[in-house]
Design a protein around this ligand. Structure first.
Ligand code: C2E
Ligand code: MG
Ligand code: MG
Ligand code: MG
Length: 289
């Protein structure tokens, strides 16, 4: 009896697995033509300098408008793109699109930095740096306004190779930020030898900061060390004012999160930048505590 019941469970399980697998295969197939069919869109989330309360950077975030399924988030399709190898094509398109949009729309109000997420596979592509140099060249986007976000996992896995690529990028004038920092792979000591400009603390830290005194202490200590190493620290995923004040007090330099703005079109970002130029205090919703 027990055996039969188990067998049944397995059958149900198998069916679900098959369904998931076929849905995934379908998504992968759709994703294959998403770039060419102009279904991908890049939107931008501002990052604020806590001292000046001004937007100094914006992170490019990818969205997929699926013709039948509607909007699909990157947490769903980026892993598929990475595993299928489509990330090379998609990642290249993202870089080009970001630079193109920035030159087209931001030139008039003045550039701020733009941060682009780069998958490990894309970063380790042999022609990654030359491809990027070509994009910068062709679009005319100034390299010093481009920042690449990579995860500590990449550094941990590919220490030697990563360092060569990073040095080439630094030579190009492009800066590097470590995304989702603090979930356990890299230490500040590992980062010493790299030309890293910024640390972005993982959202899991930020979420706890109101409740956990230990997390406050840890963020303050990490921020102090990062500053001594010449890096800036970014708090991302900040959703409320009390957290914002705690993070400022703990020494975070930049803040990104729904407390300020969600990601938006380049057109909307440029409007905000324009407002900030003409009314210098317009972003000053949250004067420092
Ligand atoms: P990430 O690089 O850590 O990006 C930050 C994520 O946090 C974004 O999610 C953003 O919308 C979200 N976020 C920002 N502020 C808040 C907040 O206050 N509360 C909450 N709950 N969330 C907030 P998104 O856009 O869904 O992107 C998820 C992840 O997908 C990104 O995490 C990044 O790892 C990846 N991704 C996005 N675009 C690209 C891309 O163009 N290329 C690659 N390789 N990965 C990308
Ligand atoms: Mg990121
Ligand atoms: Mg992150
Ligand atoms: Mg993430």
């Amino acid at each position: 009896y027990v055996k039969a019941a188990n067998k049944n469970n397995y059958a149900v399980y198998d069916e679900q697995m098959e369904l998931l697998a076929s849905q995934r295969m379908q998504l992968e197939q759709d994703l294959n033509s998403a770039v060419d069919n102009q279904q991908l869109e890049v939107i931008f989330q501002p990052m604020f300098d806590v001292k000046s309360n001004r937007i100094v950077c914006a992170e490019a975030l990818l969205r997929w408008q699926h013709p039948e399924k509607g909007q699909i988030m990157p947490d769903v399709f980026i892993p598929i793109a990475e595993e299928s190898g489509l990330i090379q094509h998609i990642g290249h398109w993202v870089l080009r699109e970001v630079c193109r949009l920035a030159v087209l729309q931001m030139s008039e109000v003045g550039f701020v930095k733009v941060a682009v997420n780069i998958s490990p596979k894309q970063f380790m592509q042999p022609d990654f740096v030359s491809g990027l140099a070509q994009i910068l060249n062709e679009t005319g986007f100034p390299a010093e306004y481009l920042e690449l976000e990579i995860t500590e996992r990449l550094i941990f896995d590919e220490l030697a190779a990563t360092s060569v690529v990073m040095q080439k990028l630094a030579d190009l004038g492009v800066s590097i930020a470590i995304d989702d920092f603090g979930i356990g792979y890299a230490t500040l000591n590992d980062l010493k030898r790299f030309p890293v400009k910024e640390l972005k603390f993982d959202r899991s830290f930020i979420k706890e900061i109101r409740r956990s005194h230990d997390d406050q202490t840890m963020i303050r200590a990490l921020a102090d060390m990062a500053h001594q190493m010449g890096m800036k620290v970014v708090a991302e995923g900040v959703e409320d004012l009390p957290s914002l004040d705690l993070l400022k007090a703990a020494g975070c330099d930049l803040v990104q999160g729904f407390v300020y703005h969600e990601a938006m079109s380049m057109t909307s970002l440029v409007r905000l930048l324009d407002q900030q130029n003409t009314q210098p205090n317009s972003n000053n919703k949250y004067p420092s505590a």
